[in-house]
Design a protein around this ligand. Sequence first.
Ligand code: PMP
Ligand code: GLN
Length: 400
Amino acid sequence: MDRTGPWLRAAEGAMLLGPDGVPAPTVFAEMSALAAATGAINLGQGFPDEDGPRAVLDAAVDAIRRGMNQYPPGRGTPDLRQAVAEHQERWYGLEVDPDRQVLVTAGATEALAATLLAFVEPGDEVVTFEPFYDAYGALIRLAGGTHVTVPLTAPDFLPDETALRAAFSDRTRAVLVNTPHNPTGRVLPREVLQTVVDLATRHDAVVITDEVYEHLTFRVPHLPIATLPGAAERTVSISSAGKTFNTTGWKIGWLTAPADLVEAIVSVKQYLTFVNGAPFQPAVATGLRLPDAVFAGIAAELAAKHQLLAGGLRAAGFEVLEPDGGYFVLADAAPLGFTDARELCLRLPELAGVVGVPVSAFVRPDHAAGYRSLVRFAFCKRRSVLDEAVARLGALAAAR
Ligand code: PMP
Ligand code: GLN
């Protein structure tokens, strides 16, 4: 049977289509499989290895026992939409109407998919920074769009303003920004975000912002684009419960946007998943309403884990590029004599019993210069696991 189709564009957009036309699994699946096969410590795919707040877990169990096991309402349960609106007001002073401006989705991924499929026509351009999360490239191409990227380069991973301006044109339909950024951990500063908003306004583009790591910042507070002057009227803000509450497997995300944009996105979302996660929705509402101190505690714990891993990587001989937030730290393996991070990641289980992800997986092959020796390590793991990983990575210098 002829298997050609749009999926080829998705695989190509995520840089997963080999020269033979055969798609590869995502780098996260590939490296998790490598960890499973070798017994190495998995600091590749970004998922925590312990549970988050007990109140959130208990609320899900309780909802199942209370019979919340059928299709929830299309836009999400009224209570979760209300909790999302309260959250936006409490943390950012943003007012959103829970009935018209909030949509609950199957993770941030579905929010991204539904938004891009709602607005991007074949031939439209979508601007993102690069490195970019693999789903961005796949979804932009699935929608038929052209992906235009602006490099974030080491050591500060901030865009050059001229390059950012040059990326926009009259074909720009949307700009998709991720802050705090995966994989660099950069919290994008106000000036960069304001330039993005100004350019989007000039070119009448939708601003899509992926803020799944919004509560996980260490040094600089997160700044949501929607709070900037001129932004709210054209911004779709996306987040997810997975990272904040250690519930990546629940796949509960949400977006907030002007009512007319939400309507357009709903009409795509209802044919993607229709609805999802009935008993997890009240649990996430519980999580979003937890006191400020709980959120601060989650960020502080992650910051300590970051210190632990970053210190260990430095001691092992890597050059560490400090993140402002998120789950990941980038380490340059060049000082250790390893110039190809992908090759190193494939050998790391054998060399050190650890798995990481090469940053090259987040950039187009022809843009790989400057990223080749960078490895992304996840620190969203138990301290004992990080201690062991650090001890093992210490063997690397000797393995050269
Ligand atoms: N955006 C970014 C930047 C991510 O790192 C991730 C995943 N971990 C997602 C979106 C996907 O989030 P979800 O699991 O809620 O779909
Ligand atoms: N977002 C996670 C990461 O960056 C992985 C999610 C996935 O496997 N698609 O590691």
